[in-house]
Design a protein around this ligand. Structure first.
Ligand code: CA
Length: 323
């Protein structure tokens, strides 16, 4: 198994390792999986091709990493101002999302399975205050994917840097801002030492759905009981990861605020409204130029519209009334 994560990254790399352990235990050691982090066998962002071609048999990552090759893939991970983790799960597992995702990956000889969720992320670390959209102009921010395209629309520049380089780039002023994940992982990265303001919410990643991708040839060679065990272990990881993030993030948020005196700020509503409008433009451009993206995004949107009236009088009202 190849993952896209640094070999020691908490939760994200722990999940695939637990997956291998659970598969081994459930199969009485009939099926053993060796897990390699990004860069250990192939560079992180080559995992998709390596599993597709059969160099490895299974991978773990996030489908927006493959947007350069398959633009539609990113809609199975995260959409700026899109669905939250619970809603993504409903779409993928019970709303037809997984069947669509299987069709998108089929030409690559891959079977996708949901493989975790980080929960809603943080907006990121900034070395200047963001009081209006004008403050985003000229801003050099490490922010990947659709979020990066949105920042570019706002007049900033989205810089790509590998996880290991972000801290130094921020410290040296190569970038003015970065997003990463949430308080737990951001604390581990030490960004509070080199950035002044910690903004919320993570409008660009409101609940990224992670993935396993399995070489179909390798999977088809397994007897059906082992196939079911692989599916079950993946489902267990999918559930476990979101629970880990939810249970730990506040512990580290409080450390950041009370021990490291981080200046925690909400993005102004006016900034979020403008970013939402730029997000619609960015997605519009993608779906107009790629029929498969249009198809997937239409399914995403119609599912979201279908569930929203219920969410409005349940989850949303529950939080806004501070119950
Ligand atoms: Ca992120």
């Amino acid at each position: 198994m190849l993952t896209t994560w640094p070999p020691t990254l908490p939760v994200l790399q722990e999940g695939p390792k637990l997956f291998a352990q659970w598969v081994k235990e459930m199969t009485n050691e009939q099926l053993e999986i060796q897990v390699y982090g990004g860069g250990e066998l192939v560079p992180a962002l080559e995992a998709f091709d390596a599993v597709s071609q059969g160099t490895a048999e299974i991978g773990h990552g996030a489908s927006y990493y493959w947007a350069g090759k398959i633009p539609a893939a990113q809609f199975f991970a995260a959409v700026p101002f899109g669905m939250n983790p619970q809603q993504m799960n409903a779409w993928i597992i019970s709303g037809g999302g997984l069947e669509l995702w299987e069709k998108v990956y089929a030409p690559f000889n891959l079977l996708p399975l949901p493989g975790g969720n980080t929960g809603i992320q943080m907006g990121g670390w900034f070395n200047k205050e963001i009081n209006s959209v004008n403050d985003l102009k000229g801003l050099k921010m490490r922010i990947p994917g659709l979020g990066g395209k949105v920042i570019s629309k706002a007049g900033g520049s989205a810089v790509l840097s590998a996880g290991s380089e972000i801290y130094t780039n921020l410290e040296r002023g190569v970038i003015d801002a970065t997003e990463w994940i949430g308080p737990y992982h951001d604390y581990m990265m030490g960004f509070y030492k080199v950035a002044r303001y910690y903004y919320y919410p993570g409008w660009h990643e409101p609940g990224p759905n992670l993935e396993f991708f399995i070489n179909k040839g390798a999977f088809s060679k397994l007897p059906s009981d082992l196939q079911q065990i692989v599916r079950n272990a993946a489902a267990k990881v999918h559930h476990w990861m979101l629970c880990e993030f939810e249970s730990r993030n506040n512990l580290y948020l409080q450390k950041l605020i009370h021990e490291e005196n981080v200046d925690l700020r909400p993005f102004p509503s006016e900034v979020l409204e403008q970013l939402r409008s730029y997000s619609e433009e960015v997605i519009g451009e993608i779906v107009r130029s790629d029929p498969q993206s249009r198809n997937v995004y239409d399914a995403y949107t119609s599912f979201r519209n279908q569930i929203t009236p219920w969410a409005d009088i349940s989850e949303k009202i529950y939080y806004t009334k501070n119950l």
